[in-house]
Design a protein. Structure first.
Length: 421
């Protein structure tokens, strides 16, 4: 009996020892899989304590694994103040309350039960904030009971910006087709109205001052209406461009000289003489540059600084601005004004969207839309960066001539913020 008992005890110890070895082996394999994932990933237990924190997560957050394992500090990877991550909501069964923490309500996965995802903008990460796709799922044991959750993170900033640019292009094309047709009809009607106002002025008696003043006011309003119609046509079609191979240097220097009369503005200008020539309608590009500079000056009623620079760049095959690969001249115009809220940046080039107060001739809301349209019809584009209290930077991209002559390396650079080859 003692022998049988000893034999059974030996078998039991062997079995449980094997099971423990197998569980440890599985845990090691799981740890290696998570560690090898190129996506930043962490795992928490049901008590919100971090169980795994892979190398990609460590690199993204600048938080070492040993400093976060066993803590409930996973929020520090993304936020300045303590708040739940998506995995925390899952282990608490509080997905229905996600709208309190995420502007975009997380979507349930169509492939995995107890899994959700959302695309979120995190302003605290990077110099200008980044867009991330968060995916989280519950982890259950063999009995179906939840003991934790896993969360992965993917930087989708370039994808998001490219989608926004594509949406903007399509919206501009749709609005442009409508606005162009209406503007041409409106322009023709206003021409007829102005002709009749002119005839009425000729027929009016010199003694009828009230009639003369009324006709003068009507004529002024009619001319302003025609100007608006021409702006709409330019927005719709980019104007009637007559493109030639020219240098943007004179246009930039003229823009600076035009506004130097303001003594409260400090100008910092960096325009090399070796810029590549550009295929452009100089009249239209002058309008764009002057519009952007004027826009910056209006943002600094009490004075400030304007930085104007230009460089030659080469853009690769895939870029967030949807530009064709090739050589470009990039013009940067930065003001030190109040800046623009991040949530308004994506609407800056929408027709009639403005952060200015309307009054007089200000706030019409077509200036930046027209700049965008003109540059698009030049096979270029315009981008904006801004932070409240930090000023605003507009970047204009114009394609260089078909075969720009090589320049000194100091005058050429790649633009890492707008391209990826």
């Amino acid at each position: 009996m003692e022998f049988v008992f000893a034999f059974l005890l030996c078998i039991a110890l062997t079995y449980f020892g094997y099971s423990a070895w197998k569980w440890k082996h599985r845990e090691q394999m799981l740890r290696r899989i998570i560690q090898a994932s190129p996506l930043p990933t962490f795992v928490i237990r049901k008590d919100h304590r971090v169980l795994y924190w892979n190398a990609a997560m460590e690199k993204l957050s600048n938080i070492k694994t040993e400093d976060v394992i066993g803590t409930d500090q996973q929020w520090r990877a993304f936020y300045r103040e303590q708040r739940p991550c998506m995995a925390d909501l899952i282990v608490d069964g509080a997905i229905d309350k996600a709208s309190q923490w995420y502007s975009e309500m997380p979507r349930k996965s169509r492939l995995v039960d107890d899994a959700i995802e959302a695309v979120v903008f995190i302003p605290e990460i990077g110099d200008r904030g980044k867009w991330f796709r968060f995916t989280a799922a519950a982890i259950r044991d063999s009995r179906g009971e939840m003991f934790g959750a896993v969360e992965t993170t993917e930087d989708v900033t370039e994808e998001k910006l490219a989608d926004e640019e594509l949406i903007r292009i399509r919206k501009q094309e749709s609005l442009g087709a409508f606005a162009g047709g209406v503007a041409q009809d409106f322009d023709s009607l206003m021409s007829a109205v102005l002709r009749n106002i002119f005839l009425a002025k000729l027929s009016a008696s010199d003694e009828d001052k009230m009639m003369e003043e009324g006709l003068a006011t009507a004529e002024k309003a009619g001319l302003q209406a025609k100007e608006l119609a021409h702006q709409l046509i330019t927005f719709a079609k980019g104007g009637y461009a007559v493109r030639k191979l020219e240098s943007v240097i004179p246009l930039l220097r003229e823009a600076v000289e035009c506004y130097r009369s303001r003594p409260d503005i400090q100008w910092n200008v960096s325009i090399p003489d070796t810029l590549w020539p550009v295929e452009m309608d100089s009249k239209q590009i002058r309008q764009v540059i002057e519009n952007i500079v004027s826009n910056g000056l209006e943002a600094m009623p009490e004075g400030g600084t304007v930085d104007i620079g230009a460089v030659c760049i080469t853009i690769g095959g895939k870029n967030v601005l949807a530009l064709k690969p090739g050589h470009y001249v990039k013009i940067s115009i930065k003001d030190s004004g109040a800046g623009v809220r991040k949530e308004d940046l994506s609407r800056m080039f929408d027709p009639y969207f403005t952060t200015k107060t309307t009054g007089g001739r200000k706030g019409l809301g077509l200036g930046l839309s027209i700049c965008y349209s003109i540059l698009k019809h030049h096979d270029g584009t315009i981008a904006v960066e801004s932070e409240l209290g930090e000023g605003t930077t507009f970047s204009l991209f114009l394609p260089a001539g078909a075969d720009p002559s090589p320049k000194a390396p100091s005058d050429q650079q790649r633009d890492p913020g707008t391209m990826c080859t």
